[in-house]
Design a binder for this molecule. Structure first.
Ligand SMILES: *[C@@H]1O[C@H](CO)[C@@H](O)[C@H](O)[C@H]1NC(C)=O
Ligand SMILES: *[C@@H]1O[C@H](CO)[C@@H](O)[C@H](O)[C@H]1NC(C)=O
Ligand SMILES: *[C@@H]1O[C@H](CO)[C@@H](O)[C@H](O)[C@H]1NC(C)=O
Ligand SMILES: *[C@@H]1O[C@H](CO)[C@@H](O)[C@H](O)[C@H]1NC(C)=O
Ligand SMILES: *[C@@H]1O[C@H](CO)[C@@H](O)[C@H](O)[C@H]1NC(C)=O
Length: 459
């Protein structure tokens, strides 16, 4: 539909006539489109846009031939276009694409990456091109102003990666063989700005589905991510050193965190997303190997988390420094979630707790508000679990309108708190008597010193 409209528009604009004519002959031949006869919806006053169809660059789109070169050529052409451009992966076709880095900056800051067909990864580690990194599949590097959209599918074909014997409990008799155990992130945006992702469907990534590093101004809307509940490390959306992000109206089910927010991320707004099965929405893990982490101004609201290990989680390793601050979790419905509200400052994964001795430093957690967190928890662990660091307490936690009931049976588990300070504004279910009132930062020189460290390390 969009294409028809664009084509119709192009006929009116001589400038892009040539571009359309040469770039999309095969598009015009496609029976599914009749660009001339289709009634054009009220055209938006959009500037001329040139269509770069991968089919015109020699892609086969049969799911068997390697379309990587055609894809790269189409990308280069779209990226070098002075005018707004649309890179098209047409419908009813499957494009087998190897690991590829799509590099900017592009001449246009209005590039549309239109996925209508299926983009498919090579089938597992054996098929991965030898000379390419096994850590990433589709990489966008230094792009400013791109919109990835369309009704197509991005298929990471992760199944063979998930079964590698180095993945947790995938070795003989449920063992985990030593790594390295790299698996590709399906889509990685590195050093990008002004990105938009809308309507895209992604499935079965070998590892994280989409990861942003050092990006800013990112809008994600109505995306769908789906991988099996047991698929290891298949986080939905991961943010690292990324800011000014909105994630709206999306559905994610996978085998790890639904959304994970890593170090250096701030001004993040998440609204109306449904997670599950998953490991919930996480800030962290932070502070691994004594690193610094600052994460602030994060809001998650009007969302649903179902059949998940965690609901809203903040996880930090022992050691490290920096702070998590100004976090709001508001109006979140939990459906059979194991740990609906959890702060875990003793996070330790991989080698077991023995490898993570307690330390005197920690990423501090302060100013976290839980408002309107309701629903049911799976009775294996307490619905509220606030395990703060021995050395650096969690402060200024505020809780209101929390109502969490066991998903089945009558057995109500008491909340667990350790070194957690804050205020309960309304009576909660279950009652949160274990939260310590007041603010330890206001008393004692030690706390003052912590405060200084915090101010010194985070903006
Ligand atoms: C796996 O477990 C079975 C039964 O416990 C045992 O006989 C077999 O030796 C184990 N294999 C290895 C490689 O450990
Ligand atoms: C929330 O997101 C879903 C898609 O996951 C959408 O169908 C629904 O309309 C959205 N609700 C609102 C209020 O925007
Ligand atoms: C927090 O982030 C939101 C966007 O999510 C932004 O509108 C707001 O200005 C930020 N607040 C501060 C204090 O930076
Ligand atoms: C670390 O400290 C916590 C809280 O004091 C304690 O429960 C836990 O056993 C300690 N862990 C180790 C590995 O010493
Ligand atoms: C407590 O946290 C909230 C944000 O959740 C913040 O607005 C407020 O200033 C903090 N109060 C103190 C005393 O740090």
């Amino acid at each position: 539909m969009l294409i028809s409209c664009l084509s119709a528009l192009c006929f009116l604009i001589p400038l892009c006539f040539l571009g359309l004519f040469t770039q999309s002959r095969s598009l015009l031949e496609d029976d599914d489109y009749s660009p001339i006869s289709a009634p054009a919806p009220a055209p938006e006053p959009s500037p001329a846009q040139i269509v770069f169809n991968v089919m015109s660059y020699g892609a086969a789109g049969d799911g068997i031939s390697d379309d990587t070169e055609a894809f790269k050529m189409a990308w280069d052409a779209a990226c070098q276009s002075q005018l707004p451009s649309l890179l098209l992966l047409p419908p009813h076709r499957t494009f087998l694409i190897q690991s590829v880095i799509l590099t900017g900056p592009c001449k246009t800051n209005a590039l549309v990456f239109q996925v209508e067909g299926t983009i498919m990864a090579p089938d597992g580690p054996e098929s991965w091109p030898r000379s390419y990194s096994k850590r990433q599949w589709l990489v966008f590097y230094r792009i400013n102003g791109m919109s990835m959209q369309g009704g197509g599918v991005i298929d990471g074909r992760g199944a063979k990666w998930w079964e590698l014997p180095c993945k947790p409990h995938r070795g003989i008799n449920g063992t985990t063989l030593p790594g390295p155990c790299d698996s590709p992130v399906a889509i990685r945006f590195f050093w990008c700005s002004n990105l938009r992702m809308e309507g895209v469907k992604m499935k079965n990534s070998p590892q994280f589905h989409v990861r942003f590093d050092r990006c800013e101004h990112v809008q994600i809307e109505s995306i769908f991510i789906k991988s099996p509940a047991g698929s290891p490390n298949t986080d939905g959306i991961h943010l690292e050193n990324t800011n000014h992000v909105t994630i709206y109206n999306s559905l994610i089910s996978n085998g790890d965190d639904c959304v994970s927010i890593g170090a250096g991320s701030y001004n993040i707004y998440i609204k109306n997303i449904t997670c599950g099965p998953s490991h919930g929405i996480s800030i962290g893990s932070l502070g691994m190997k004594n690193t610094a982490a600052c994460v602030w101004n994060i809001t998650v609201s009007e969302s649903v988390i179902k059949h998940s290990d965690n609901g809203v989680r903040i996880k930090t390793w022992q050691g490290g420094y920096g702070a998590v601050s100004a976090v709001t979790f508001r109006n979140i419905l939990m459906d059979t979630v194991r740990n609906p509200i959890i702060i875990d400052q003793y996070y330790c994964s991989g080698a077991g707790r023995a490898a993570c001795p307690n330390q005197t430093a920690a990423v501090s957690v302060t100013g976290v508000s839980y408002e309107g967190i309701k629903g049911t928890y799976d009775v294996r662990s307490p619905p509220v679990h606030l395990a703060c660091s021995d050395a650096v307490p969690c402060t200024n936690l505020t809780v209101s309108d929390v109502e969490l009931l066991p998903a089945e049976g009558q057995r109500i588990l008491d909340p667990f708190c350790w070194n957690a300070y804050g205020d309960v504004a309304t009576l909660t279910v279950p009652p949160l008597f274990c939260l310590i009132g007041g603010d330890p930062r206001l008393a004692g020189a030690g706390a003052g010193a912590d405060r200084q460290l915090l101010d010194h390390t985070c903006p």
